[in-house]
Write a protein that binds this ligand. Structure first.
Ligand code: F6R
Length: 591
């Protein structure tokens, strides 16, 4: 989704920093970008459609110390320069960047039009500088005008605004993230995500919903938008470093993050026993436990249902976060909602949490990003410690989420130590598995199936959610039509889709359901399917065998990894950029 960057302070290379900061936010997904900076008493603006990667900020502007910038992922209006941010008022004295959606924008736009305002774009965002302009007619104070403007919005937003007559940047949020970074020698950054300024500082303050910040680079004032009351905020040191957020020698973030799993699964297991046991108690004592998340994180939740059922004999219910509110009737004050999210910013998940909280229920979150909205709004949080995940396709976050959910299941069954042992052994097996020969082998399979029109994946038990997750990975980066099914469901319909040569991936373990899934693989083969088995043991039903370690209860963690590599190699073989998948964004902050 859209990215925001802002800086004011003693540095003179603000535009160059903004361009670099926006490049660090590229992973969020975008289709156009722009910057506005103050030089003398004027606002200069540069906007483009397409990628920012090749741009050198030095060539855009000379010395300047105040800048705002934006990467846009189109919602209202197509991908055009006019629709790109920053947006300006008529006399170009106010510039604004905006994330989110102003739901009542049509009504506000009509009101402004009646007053003679002319709009150059189709966006909801362009009304913001015009509204601030109107407010400035009655209050001379820029920050106050922004506050009054925000009070008129319905919907979720994060905005950063500048004015030719003010030395400050004004930022405000409700529903979309904004983080402030404070540099040691003076100067403040404002961004939608920390990688934008990690190179310069790790000291941050998080703006909460309904709050605004005004900074001139020397000090910052954070206040409540509705009341104007000052809010004192803690400064927090974030643990991630700028280097961790780089791709190093890897060609893409996706493959770097797949390879990171050699260590990240072990880091996910590094949880305090006491904390895990407290959370296990919370689940044990809850009257109704629900699991919720979106996309890949939702698949982790579905696997978590199996972990809790098979390992801990505990019944929990899963609903995708976007559907969760429809189950509100089952929530009580003693219920527990466990949400899973890499970014900690997904709008649908935040809404599910709101629904649970309104019923008085407690929320446990399993997140990756420290200080994210979900992290801060939860009653309890477990971090998966995956380190920055920048590729749009989630890989190492998923295996971290699976590891934490499995550990919780072991803890509920009284075996935290056993859970850690299983998972650490699995982490070591992943390290051995992800060797260069293995990757070359997967690349060869990708070459063989790259021109397929369709691809199906089957799994049973906890491998069923991994079959659906495999489909998500293949769909998003290679754009091949892929679907994941419960193996036993094939004969009830999906088998009708299989033609001569259709690649079918079979995810298996060495558990008691192996004979069932092999029988389903044989049925696919009999209809012409080209069977790719992902399993610790070979079988004559497989045309190709991708060997994985025998990981017992952690089998879904090891089974999904070769499919992640296969999806990556399929994307490359089909000439796609796996880090920039079509139509997708990393952090989905709109509903
Ligand atoms: C797919 C993918 C998405 C995310 C989903 C939830 O590879 O990354 O399906 O899993 O958008 O995002 P988070 O985990 O940030 O809540």
């Amino acid at each position: 989704m859209c990215g925001i960057f802002g800086y004011v302070g003693p540095r003179k290379d603000a535009v160059e920093m903004a361009v670099e900061g926006l490049k660090s936010l590229e992973y969020r997904g975008y289709d156009s970008w722009g910057v506005a900076w103050k030089e003398s008493q004027f606002l200069n603006v540069h906007k483009e459609t397409g990628k920012i990667s090749g741009i050198d900020g030095k060539t855009l502007a000379g010395e300047c110390s105040l800048v705002i910038g934006h990467t846009r992922w189109a919602t209202h209006g197509g991908v055009t320069v006019a629709n790109a941010h920053p947006h300006l008022n008529a006399d170009r004295t106010i510039a604004v960047v905006h994330n989110g959606i102003i739901e009542n924008y049509q009504e506000l736009r009509d009101e402004l039009k009646a007053k003679g305002h002319v709009f150059l774009s189709q966006t909801d965002s362009e009304i913001i500088p015009h509204l601030i302009d109107e407010e400035l007619k009655t209050t001379g104070d820029f920050a106050h005008a922004v506050r009054r403007t925000c009070l008129r919005f319905q919907g979720r937003y994060a905005i950063v605004a500048v004015h030719t007559k003010s030395e400050s940047i004004v930022a405000a949020r409700t529903g979309s993230p904004l983080i402030i970074g404070k540099e040691k020698g003076g100067g403040y950054f404002i961004a939608s995500d920390t990688p934008a300024f990690l190179k310069h500082t790790r000291t941050v303050q998080y703006l909460d919903d309904g709050e605004m910040a005004v900074t001139d680079g020397r000090s910052i004032l954070i206040s409540d938008i509705a009341t104007g009351e000052e809010r004192l905020k803690r400064e927090i040191e974030i643990r991630w470093t700028a280097d961790e957020a780089q791709k190093g020698d890897f060609a893409h973030f996706m493959i770097k993050e797949i390879m990171d799993q050699k260590e990240s699964v072990a880091r996910a297991v590094n949880q305090s026993d006491e904390e895990i046991l407290t959370l296990a108690d919370a689940i044990r004592n809850a009257k109704g436990t629900f699991l919720s998340g979106c996309g890949t994180a939702g698949m982790a939740c579905r696997a978590g249902e199996y972990f809790l059922s098979i390992v801990a004999h505990k019944h929990v219910n899963f609903a995708p976060a976007s559907e969760f509110k429809l189950f509100h009737g089952f929530l009580q004050p003693e219920s527990l909602l466990i949400v899973v999210s890499q970014s900690g910013e997904t709008a649908d998940v935040l809404e599910a949490m709101q629904v649970a909280k309104s019923a008085g229920a407690k929320v446990l979150s399993i997140v990756n990003v420290q200080g994210s909205s979900i992290d801060r709004a939860s009653d309890y949080t477990l971090r998966i410690n995956a380190g920055p995940e920048r590729a749009v396709a989630s890989t190492k976050a998923l295996t971290g989420q699976l590891a934490v959910l499995l550990l919780i299941a072991y803890a509920l069954d009284g075996g935290v130590a056993q859970g850690k042992k299983v998972l650490l052994e699995t982490a070591a097996q992943i390290n051995d598995m992800l060797n260069p020969r293995y990757v070359v082998f997967l690349k060869e399979i990708a070459e063989r199936i790259k021109d397929s029109k369709d691809l199906y994946i089957i799994g049973k038990g906890w491998n069923y959610p991994m079959a659906m997750e495999s489909a998500i990975k293949i769909q998003e980066v290679s754009n091949i039509h892929a679907e994941g099914f419960a193996a036993g469901e094939l004969k009830h319909g999906p088998i009708g889709l299989v033609e001569e040569g259709t690649p079918c991936i079979v995810l298996a373990g060495s558990d008691e359901v192996l004979p069932d899934i092999i029988s389903n693989a044989v049925q696919l083969k009999a209809r012409g399917g080209f069977i790719i088995g992902v399993s610790p043991v070979n079988n004559e039903a497989f045309d190709v065998w991708i060997k994985v370690p025998d990981a017992g209860t952690a089998q879904p963690i090891v089974n999904i990894i070769p499919v992640q590599v296969l999806a990556y190699e399929l994307a490359l073989a089909r000439g796609k950029d796996p880090d920039m998948p079509r139509n997708l964004a990393k952090s989905v902050t709109v509903k």
